[in-house]
Design a protein around this ligand. Structure first.
Ligand SMILES: [Zn+2]
Length: 109
């Protein structure tokens, strides 16, 4: 993963912050909470019906109180793609956008 790092330091602590471009995000990974099977998709390929059930154990995936939440994920991907295109070069926008991500957990010593 490509990311940029900003570091600020004082006597006692060093803080590292990581940012990624939308263009660095290339896919989605859904993992079944029951059987751990995973479904990996490019951002263009989330279609209606894809998240209804686990492709492996067929557990309901996006059903919450009898209502499918799949539409929210489809909408998210649509908005994401729209913004990624708008932010891509050459962008007509007067700013660039990066997302801050958590620092990876450091192994216990
Ligand atoms: Zn499953």
């Amino acid at each position: 993963m490509k990311y940029s790092v900003r570091t600020g330091a004082n006597e006692m602590t060093v803080q590292t912050r990581r940012f990624i471009d939308l263009a660095d995000i290339i896919g989605l990974r859904f993992e079944c909470k029951r059987c751990r099977a995973s479904l990996e998709l490019t951002l263009e390929r989330l279609e209606q019906g894809t998240l209804h059930k686990c492709p492996s154990c067929h557990r309901d995936w996006a059903l919450l109180n009898d209502v499918s939440r799949e539409g929210s994920f489809i909408q998210f991907v649509r908005c994401f793609n729209e913004l990624a295109k708008l932010l891509g070069e050459p962008s007509p926008l007067g700013f660039s956008l990066t997302l801050e991500i958590k620092e990876p957990a450091t192994p216990a010593q």
